[in-house]
Design a protein around this ligand. Structure first.
Ligand code: SF4
Length: 379
């Protein structure tokens, strides 16, 4: 079957007039409140029109300029000519046996991302926590050997407004299914969030903005990184108030470099990471969470646990242990056994480490960690 490549991957001459027209317009979802003010001023409007635009977009959730009835008609017409509201087109949605929902969205560029809603239900089936796992990039440049998204390579950053939009869509779904909205957001979907640093920081600004719909506490937002030391320092200095998780997955440079190419540089190896995390803790006073995925006979021995405990003492921290989710097309890794998982967790606990075993959610629909990747129809 012949398929058309996403608009962003076709030469300008091969795009339709509508696609070229859309690409030339300013995407308002990529602008902050201050930039919307400047945008309005550039079009001969007072700056408060920009603040009104912000409210329409992020408080009332307007998806067309025609809906923005408090703006003068002339300005709305001008907006329609020169701007667009980037949006997500839902393509597929799957619900797992444990009620985790994975949605595939199409971006304005035609490329696709996945967003996951993870409900934590009590014994009566009532949602105690509703977490959205957002994608910050299409694909990922980091190339971790065990990860499906890494197989795609980097394709594009998701703008702040469309990270926000992933949460808004899942919030509507959560309201519909559970009668309450999203409570937590984690940047653990496709992509390395700190490589879309500006977009991620802006999206946290939108999710926590008092005038926007969610007004989430930043403590309910977790940014999960592969451990880019310089960017962790930036995050500490800019401090949006969110929590930080580091995908560690190995306790020595040798082991880590074997599965995570990012560790091969001395700017991002464990030594650099330690310096960056000490700086992070000093600046923010917050603890760090380490994500550690157990691979059978690779990083799951008691010696590995003791080395991990040393790392966990760099700064106040906790460790989440994860079982590896096998990914089609990645043959080299095996899931550890329950016995080895228990022994590993026990060894960490004896060393005084706060440790939690995280059971993967949504495994039957490939929504678990490391499994997010859009498969083409041919695949
Ligand atoms: S694990 Fe995260 S950082 Fe590594 S390739 Fe996958 S998405 Fe990128």
């Amino acid at each position: 079957m012949e398929t058309t490549a996403p608009a962003a991957e076709r030469a300008p001459a091969e795009r339709t007039a509508a696609e070229r027209n859309a690409a030339e317009k300013t995407d308002l979802t990529a602008l902050s409140e201050a930039e919307l003010e400047a945008f309005a001023e550039d079009r001969g409007q007072p700056s408060y029109r920009g603040r009104q635009l912000f409210r329409w977009l992020y408080d009332k959730g307007a998806r067309s300029f025609a809906d923005m009835t408090s703006l003068p008609k002339d300005f709305r017409r001008r907006l329609a000519e020169t701007a667009r509201i980037g949006t997500l087109e839902p393509i597929e949605q799957h619900t797992a046996d444990d009620e985790t929902v994975k949605t595939l969205f199409r971006l304005p560029s035609g490329r696709e991302i996945e967003t996951v809603l993870i409900p934590a239900l009590d014994e009566r089936g009532e949602a105690q926590r509703l977490t959205v796992c957002v994608s910050s990039q299409v694909g990922c440049a980091m190339g971790c050997a065990f990860c499906a998204t890494g197989l795609m390579g980097f394709q594009e950053n998701v703008p702040a407004g469309l990270i926000y939009e992933q949460v808004r869509r899942m919030d509507a779904l959560a309201e519909e299914r559970y009668g309450r909205g999203v409570s937590n957001v984690v940047f653990m979907g496709m992509g390395e969030p700190l490589l879309n640093y500006d977009g991620v920081l802006r999206s946290i600004g939108l999710l926590t903005h008092e005038k926007a719909r969610f007004g989430l506490s930043p403590r309910r937002i977790t940014v999960s990184t592969v451990g880019l030391a310089r960017r962790i320092r930036d995050l500490a200095d800019d401090d949006p108030g969110s929590r930080l998780a580091v995908s560690l997955h190995a306790p020595t440079d040798e082991q880590r470099s074997a599965i995570m190419p990012v560790n091969e540089s001395e700017k991002t190896d464990l030594g650099a990471l330690e310096g960056a995390l000490r700086h992070y803790h000093q600046q923010t006073g917050r603890e760090v969470t380490y994500e550690y995925c157990l691979f059978h006979h690779f990083n799951d021995s008691e010696t590995d646990a003791e080395r991990l405990a040393d790392i966990a003492r760099w700064v106040p921290s906790k460790v989440n242990l994860l079982m590896y989710n096998p990914v089609a097309g990645i043959a080299d890794f095996e899931r550890t056994t329950e016995a080895r998982l228990d022994a590993f967790a026990g060894a960490l606990a004896r060393q005084g480490v706060t440790v939690t075993v995280r059971r993967s959610r949504g495994r039957d629909i490939d929504a678990a960690c490391g499994q997010l990747k859009r498969l083409s129809k041919d695949e």
